[in-house]
Design a protein around this ligand. Structure first.
Ligand code: NAI
Ligand code: ISE
Length: 338
């Protein structure tokens, strides 16, 4: 069956996801759209020439019996309320990261979903669908290079605006590394330390940028993740896994190699929209394929979203301290009892 989507939040990625459902993917259709700014929702419907209803509120979207599933692309703090209402209404949910901005909020979602007796929620950790990361995981799991010992991650954005705060480096940006590295290694985190290097002159007042996150996993792998969101030159995602008998790294995607005027160069993508376009397509297509045949979504789960936010909260707690902070796993046992 065609999956009929309601969309809550028509900002940057909301419009991207609508465009991909309508123009690139198969088996889905956007039938209802809302945003707290109704003007934004209206502009989106007009710009993308959607045959979709403009709804005055998310409740109107969720009460619409013609909506099978919702795409939640509002700001992070609004996710929890929308996901809980959607689960209560029995809708399938594709929600952008973070699942919710607090551990308790994530837990409420995990518990509400568990009470329905089936999986309804998929979180937008699209890197798990990126060809480079998939290849990296395959190589690690082949065992050819021995056990992973160290991981070096880089997450750079060209620039951010005044709304970006120091803690967003974790729940908005690093959260991708928190999820994908746990997925790559099949290992959970044990402790974190955050270092504050000298601040770039490009950071707006009050923003600590860059930041270094050192994490140790339960099996002892050390991960160093740099978040630098005003690097100026583009969107740069790197991941190198050092194993006992070799090193595996993320290759630069769809890059052209240029030799010109005495330089050997490769262009850097400027935005997440381009860098991960195939991964965004693949994650939503996978969601549509499962929901469309009446199956539960198979991508990153509400539990994965909960773990990422839980570790993220420990990272935020560690910010500005320079000390190692233990990542509490008390919550795991609560979840285990569900
Ligand atoms: P944005 O600021 O461009 O758009 C957010 C939209 O949500 C705005 O139009 C705003 O009016 C609307 N909104 C806010 N609260 C709402 C509510 N309660 N109900 C309905 N609409 C509401 O933000 P952007 O960049 O599109 O990010 C949205 C979400 O997607 C965030 O959670 C962000 O972390 C995530 N994201 C994920 C990316 C990825 O790589 N997976 C890339 C970019 C964003
Ligand atoms: C944004 O929300 C994303 O998810 C991007 O992938 C990330 O690079 C950026 O820092 C976030 O603000």
């Amino acid at each position: 069956m065609t999956v009929r989507f309601g969309v809550i939040g028509t900002g940057a990625i909301g419009r991207e996801h609508i465009r991909r459902v309508e123009q690139r993917l198969s088996g889905g259709k956007v039938v209802a759209v809302t945003d707290i700014s109704l003007d934004a929702a209206r502009r989106c419907i007009d710009a993308l020439q959607l045959d979709a209803r403009l709804c005055e509120s998310e409740d109107e979207v969720l009460q619409d019996p013609s909506v099978d599933a919702v795409i939640i692309t509002s700001w992070g703090p609004a996710h929890e309320g929308s996901v809980l209402k959607a689960v209560a209404a029995g809708k399938y949910v594709f929600v952008e990261k973070p699942l919710a901005t607090t551990v308790d909020g994530c837990l409420r979602i995990v518990e509400a979903e568990a009470r329905t007796g089936r999986r309804l929620v998929q979180v937008g950790f699209m890197r798990r669908y990126d060809a480079g990361y998939v290849a990296l995981k395959r190589e690690i799991e082949s065992g050819r290079y021995g056990a992973p010992l160290m991981v070096r991650c880089v997450h750079r954005n060209a620039f951010v605006d005044e709304r970006y705060t120091t803690d967003m480096a974790v729940l908005d940006t690093l959260i991708h590394e928190l999820d994908v590295t746990r997925w790559l290694l099949g290992d959970d985190y044990a402790s974190v330390q955050v270092l504050y290097p000298k601040v770039t002159r490009h950071a707006h007042a009050g923003l600590q940028d860059p930041q270094i996150f050192n994490l140790v996993t339960q099996s002892g792998v050390v991960i160093t993740a740099e978040v630098f969101v005003n690097c100026q030159y583009g969107y740069d995602i790197q991941c190198e896994v050092v194993c006992e008998d070799g090193v595996v790294s993320l290759a630069a995607p769809q890059a052209v190699d240029i030799r010109h005027a005495g330089l050997h160069a490769r262009p850097v993508m400027q935005d997440w929209k381009f860098r991960f376009v195939d991964a965004y397509d693949a994650e939503l297509q996978d969601f549509i394929d499962h929901v469309g045949r009446g199956a539960e979504p198979a991508g990153p789960s509400s539990f994965d979203g909960y773990i990422a936010t839980m570790v993220g909260e420990a990272c935020v707690f560690a910010q500005g301290k320079g000390e190692w902070v233990t990542i509490s796993h008390q919550e795991f046992s609560r979840i285990g009892r569900l």
